[in-house]
Design a protein around this ligand. Structure first.
Ligand code: DON
Length: 305
């Protein structure tokens, strides 16, 4: 496995030049466009890594399926899906358009920014500190990494420049979809996106979802089977935004991307995969990361379809 991963990374490194690091969050512009790393973990907890697997990067939108799982645990499915839909939007991740043109203004799904902000607003806690604590602890549990923390520079960078998300959140408040202190909700959302991870953290979260919520390292249940299934289904239909259809055909693995360059993948009952390549295509997905996943999926016949 290690040898195959080395070969796949080397074959695909050239594609990093076809994209660019995200710049709309200024701190992310400091990333190295040529980085490319991968980690694969199977259900027996065997871990294989290759390329730039030791890099730390911010989780960004890969956090969305994880916070969704916590929000469902906190509020129940019925409550959560009274405020967020279950359908792919076919629009870019930061689109505002349908909130205006389709009534009621419920975000199409929890993977786009609008939906993810609603989900973050549903995390329970007596104040923002407690909510962040609960969120961080949940991410630590699912990744089996007790050291996960928020990257303060990326968090501040997005907080200062995140006016599009601010616009989305205030629009949602004006439509009665979220209530309360919008700046506080956004602060928590920006921190959630700035949690710092490695490909191994993503692979482990993917593996624990692949096992339908059982921690593969110790057999303990982290989330219910139903939540694990719900989250993976969103990863198939909306995980790569308006590229989800093409990705399903070419790769066929439930996956979630982020503008930090990470992709978390979960092959049911088989593997968790984490990929990092901060050079992004126009839709905000890792250019070379997608190529790596396509090759892994083909070589190991991993498509779920
Ligand atoms: O809210 C944002 O725009 C970022 N914190 C996360 C966006 C993101 O990762 C989209 N993924 N490709």
């Amino acid at each position: 496995m290690k040898y195959i991963l080395d070969e796949i990374i080397e074959n695909n490194r050239k594609y990093t030049s076809e994209g660019n690091v995200a710049t709309y969050i200024p701190e992310l512009a400091k990333g190295n466009r040529d980085d490319l790393g991968v980690c694969v973990i199977d259900m027996e907890n065997n871990t294989y890594k290759s390329g730039d697997y030791d890099r730390k990067f911010t989780i960004q939108s890969v956090s969305k399926p994880i916070s969704l799982a916590l929000a469902i645990m906190d509020n129940g499915k019925e409550n959560v899906f009274s405020k967020v839909g279950m359908e792919p939007s076919g629009d870019p991740f930061n689109s505002i358009m349908k909130l205006e043109t389709v009534k009621p203004s419920i975000p199409y799904n929890p993977m786009i920014n609008a939906g993810a902000i609603v989900i973050t607003s549903m995390i329970k806690g007596k104040d923002n500190d407690e909510k962040l604590d609960r969120m961080l602890n949940f991410f630590r549990r699912l990744s089996c990494n007790p050291t996960l923390e928020v990257n303060k520079d990326v968090y501040m960078s997005e907080k200062i420049t995140g006016d599009r998300n601010r616009a989305i959140a205030y629009l949602l408040k004006s439509e009665g979809i979220i209530d309360g202190d919008i700046e506080g909700i956004l602060d928590l959302y920006f921190k959630q996106c700035a949690i710092e991870v490695t490909v191994e953290d993503l692979a482990r979260m993917g593996a624990n979802l692949a096992s339908y919520g059982i921690d593969i390292s110790n057999g303990e249940r982290i989330v219910s089977e139903d939540i694990a299934r719900t989250v993976k289904t969103f990863m198939v239909t909306c995980g790569m935004y308006d590229a989800s259809g093409e990705f399903a055909i070419n790769v066929g693995i439930p996956s979630k991307s982020g503008v930090g360059g990470g992709i978390m993948c979960s092959v049911p009952k088989k593997l968790g995969i984490g990929v990092f390549g901060p050079s992004l295509d126009k839709k905000g997905n890792s250019v070379a990361g997608i190529r790596v996943l396509k090759d892994i999926s083909r070589r190991a016949s991993l498509s779920i379809f």
